[in-house]
Ligand binder design. Structure first.
Ligand code: ADP
Length: 384
C-alpha cells in the first residue's frame, strides 16, 4: 500500500506529524513557504502555496494532500480535485474554515448553536447591530484572521472605520462579521477525527485558556463537566463533521455560556493547538489520527492515558534566546514534563513550543507544566 502524504504548509503542525509518520512508515512530504521551516525534518519542497503550478507539481509526488494551515486558495484546491488528486479535507469542507461568514451561515442553517451574528457592509449596519446588543459587539474579518488578529471588541461604530475603509479600497464588495459579545464562563474545544469512508472518533472535550487572543493553556479533559455538556459537545462536533463532510481532524472551538449553553466560535480542519495534549495524554495523538484519517485508514483509540493532561504553550519573550539554552534548568526542574520545541525564531509573543504534564491531580500537572514553560522563558504577557 502506498502511503505518501503531502502537507501544504511547513509550520509546527506539519512538524508534529513527523514522529507519527515515522512510526507508521508513512512517507511524509511537506510544501513549505521557506527554507528552514519547523517541518524541515520531513522531505520538504519549498514553494508558494498560492501558485497553482507549484501545488500541482507537489501533488504529483504524493497520494493524498492535507494541510498545516487553511490559507490555500479555494480555486487551487478545486483545480487539484479536478486533476484527480485526493485532497483531505476537500474544498467543500475547507471553505467553512476559511471564511467565518460562510461558517456562521452554514452552522445557522444546520441549527448548530452559534453566537447571535450578522453580516455587515457599512458602519450604519454595524450601528444597527450595536443598538440591538446593548452597545457592544465583536467584529471580525471573515478571512485571514488567526490568534485573535482580525477580532475586535467594538463599543462605538468609530472603532471599525479602518476596517470598513480597507474593504472599500479592496473594491470587491466585502463584508465583516459582527456578533454578540458572548458572556462565557470558559472556552472549550471538541476535537473529532473523521475518515472519508465515515468512521469518526472523538477525544474528550477540553478547556482552553486564551490570553491576548492566543491559546495559552489546555486542560484535558475539561474539569467539572456534566454528562449533558460532554454529550452536547460531542454531538455538535459530529454533526458538523458529517454535515460538512470534513475529513481529518476537526477542532470545534466552543463557548460555555454562564447560562449553560454551548455556542460554536470557530472551526479548524487540521490538528489544532487544543489537541497538542493528545501526544502524551491520549492513546492516539491528533497528529497520528489526522494521518490515519486522510489516508482513510482505521482510526486509533482516543482514550486518555492519564486522569489529567495539561498543555502550556511556550511563547517567545522579549529577550528570548534559543529554547535549548534553557534546557539544563527546565528539564531538571520537572523530569516528567515533556517539552516540544518547534525550531522557530523566538520572536516576542510567537508560539515557539509547548510543554505537557500528565498526572493524577490537575493542580499538580498544571503547576509542573507552568513551571517548565516559565523556565523556558515563556512570556504570556506579550501580545504577538
Ligand atoms: P481567531 O480566528 O483569530 O482565533 P476567534 O474568532 O477564535 O479568532 O476569537 C479569538 C478569541 O476572541 C476567542 O478565543 C475569544 O476569547 C474571543 N472572542 C471571539 N469571539 C467572541 C465573542 N463573540 N464573544 C466573546 N469573546 C469572543
Amino acid at each position: 500500500m502506498s502511503l505518501r502524504v503531502g502537507v501544504i504548509g511547513g509550520g509546527q503542525l506539519a512538524r508534529m506529524m513527523v514522529p507519527a509518520a515515522v512510526n507508521l512508515g508513512i512517507d511524509l512530504r511537506v510544501l513549505a513557504e521557506a527554507e528552514g521551516s519547523p517541518a524541515q525534518l520531513a522531505a520538504t519542497a519549498v514553494g508558494d502555496y498560492r501558485d497553482l503550478a507549484t501545488v500541482l507539481e507537489f501533488a504529483k509526488t504524493v497520494d493524498v494532500i492535507t494541510f498545516d494551515h487553511e490559507h490555500v486558495p479555494e480555486e487551487i484546491l478545486r483545480e487539484l480535485v479536478s486533476a484527480g488528486h485526493s485532497v483531505h479535507p476537500g474544498p467543500d469542507a475547507l471553505r467553512f474554515a476559511q471564511d467565518k461568514l460562510a461558517m456562521r451561515r452554514r452552522l445557522s442553517e444546520l441549527g448548530v448553536p452559534v453566537p447571535d451574528w450578522a453580516e455587515v457592509r457599512s458602519e450604519d449596519e454595524l450601528a444597527a447591530f450595536l443598538e440591538d446588543h446593548d452597545g457592544h459587539a465583536v467584529l471580525k474579518t471573515a478571512r485571514g484572521g488567526y490568534d485573535g488578529k482580525g477580532v475586535r471588541l467594538i463599543r462605538d461604530v468609530g472603532e471599525s472605520t479602518d476596517w470598513f475603509r480597507i474593504l472599500d479600497e479592496d473594491g470587491r464588495g466585502g463584508s465583516l462579521l459582527v456578533e454578540e459579545l458572548v458572556d462565557f464562563r470558559r472556552e472549550l474545544a471538541q476535537l473529532v477525527a473523521r475518515r472519508p469512508s465515515g468512521e469518526t472518533r472523538l477525544w474528550p472535550v477540553v478547556e482552553t485558556v486564551q490570553r491576548h487572543g492566543v491559546c495559552s493553556e489546555v486542560f484535558a479533559p475539561a474539569p467539572g463537566t456534566t454528562s449533558r455538556l460532554v454529550d452536547l459537545a460531542a454531538s455538535i462536533a459530529v454533526t458538523i463533521a458529517e454535515s460538512l463532510d470534513v475529513t481529518g481532524v476537526l477542532a470545534v472551538e466552543l463557548f460555555e455560556t454562564t447560562d449553560d449553553r454551548l455556542l460554536v466560535n470557530e472551526l479548524a480542519m487540521r490538528p489544532h493547538n487544543s489537541g497538542h495534549w493528545s501526544i502524551e495524554g491520549s492513546v492516539t495523538s491528533q497528529f497520528e489520527q489526522h494521518l490515519r484519517a486522510v489516508l482513510d485508514l482505521p482510526l486509533g483509540d482516543t482514550a486518555t492515558r492519564a486522569p489529567w493532561t495539561v498543555m502550556v504553550n511556550v511563547l517567545g519573550g522579549p529577550s528570548a534566546g534559543d529554547l535549548t539554552d534553557a534546557y539544563p534548568k527546565a528539564l531538571a526542574d520537572q523530569p516528567n514534563v515533556k517539552v516540544h520545541n518547534y525550531g522557530k525564531e523566538p520572536r516576542p509573543g510567537r508560539k515557539i513550543g509547548h510543554v505537557t504534564a500528565t498526572g493524577d491531580e490537575l493542580d499538580e500537572a498544571a503547576f509542573e507544566a507552568r513551571s517548565v514553560a516559565a523556565l523556558l522563558g515563556s512570556d504570556i504577557s506579550i501580545a504577538p
